[in-house]
Design a binder for this molecule. Sequence first.
Ligand SMILES: C[S@@+](CC[C@H](N)C(=O)[O-])C[C@H]1O[C@@H](n2cnc3c(N)ncnc32)[C@H](O)[C@@H]1O
Length: 214
Amino acid sequence: MPDALRDDVYRRPLATALDRLGVGPGWRCVDVGAGGGDVSVALAAVVGHTGRVYSVDSDPLARDEVAAAAAEHSQVLAITQAAEDLVLPEPVDLAFCRFLLLHVIDPALVLARMAGAVRPGGWVVAQEPITTAGRVGGLALSMPDARHPDIGALLPALARDAGLELVDAWAEAPAGVGPGPVTAYLAASTGVDPGEDPVVLPPLVTVLGRVRAA
Ligand SMILES: C[S@@+](CC[C@H](N)C(=O)[O-])C[C@H]1O[C@@H](n2cnc3c(N)ncnc32)[C@H](O)[C@@H]1O
């Protein structure tokens, strides 16, 4: 596991999840709603050149961003595709999404498509926020642009309803005060400078779901 993951705000929950799964060399993965490729690159570092990471996003611009971010990782294949239409060249061991389901029209459909891309006994992992549980100076944050800003609070039930075996679920919330990565993240992502106010970023709920063996 790259140590840098542990220090950088929302990369820590990613490191926790990958550790618990035991992701290792040779795994085939898909990162759905990959954006700039942060998760894809982290997965690529763990699965190595014997593994494969499909980096899927509906925005064609994400392909270029992922190509640049993953330039050193030839095992990353960027694909422009909607999560609702997810089709891959092979079954994967792990389907992962982070900060995706809060934006899609039908999160249950997307989870079902992710489960359908995974081999029997493989994994679906989702990491989604409860945005209104974030705090700046004790006051609630909100994210009105998202379709489902508090989808994290529903995630365990969504995974169960997608037919997955819910193996584990938890929430993690980066917190801090004054200059540092948490304050910098808030300022960069919202334009809000919290000054010396304490910040609790929105908790990220992680679910580890297993696709039942046939
Ligand atoms: C907030 S970004 C998250 C990026 C990345 N997963 C991360 O955690 O850093 C959400 C991404 O999901 C993509 N997205 C939104 N709706 C999608 C859909 N229906 N199918 C595939 N990608 C989608 C967006 O284009 C965007 O790149």
